[in-house]
Design a protein around this ligand. Sequence first.
Ligand SMILES: CC(C)(COP(=O)(O)OP(=O)(O)OC[C@H]1O[C@@H](n2cnc3c(N)ncnc32)[C@H](O)[C@@H]1OP(=O)(O)O)[C@@H](O)C(=O)NCCC(=O)NCCS
Length: 146
Amino acid sequence: MSVTVEVVSHSSTELFNALRRLVPQLSSSAAPLTLSALDNLLMEDSSTLVVAKDDDEIIGTLTLVVFSIPTGLRAIVEDVIVDNASRGKGVGEQLVAFALRCAKERGAKTVDLTSRSSREAANALYQKMGFVLRETNVYRFFLEDS
Ligand SMILES: CC(C)(COP(=O)(O)OP(=O)(O)OC[C@H]1O[C@@H](n2cnc3c(N)ncnc32)[C@H](O)[C@@H]1OP(=O)(O)O)[C@@H](O)C(=O)NCCC(=O)NCCS
């Protein structure tokens, strides 16, 4: 297995198909990705779509978001997914390490992420990589239902 991790800046059928395959492995409730949503993501300055490839096949992804707020330049990592067939081989670790390097290069002060407790592999991965648990409450307002 020869894994490379890179930023994606252009849409392609291969990328679209890979994300359509990977996203349901994270969320069964997310609406299927559309081509226009993928284009919007790739055009978004604050979002960086990262993929892991084994040779030419996309086997994992995450998205790094870097944004400015009054307390400084911050970053979050979202939608970390490694294909079921490629798990347990260090791919998730390579993806997260890449995101941390990118965030640091861009001057972010912190990198935040969330993961519910039932995601044992993800929580172990983040703690192994040095993320520390913050005592805070995470809230969500559902605009579509209001
Ligand atoms: C979480 C996920 C990205 C991990 O990817 P991965 O490539 O399998 O992880 P790695 O092989 O890089 O593992 C790195 C570390 O994570 C932890 N880890 C990975 N899989 C684990 C498992 N099944 N159980 C416990 N710890 C695990 C270990 O600490 C491991 O280090 P080690 O190999 O030295 O023990 C992958 O399991 C996944 O895509 N899960 C479904 C989607 C998801 O839950 N995403 C996270 C959303 S917050």
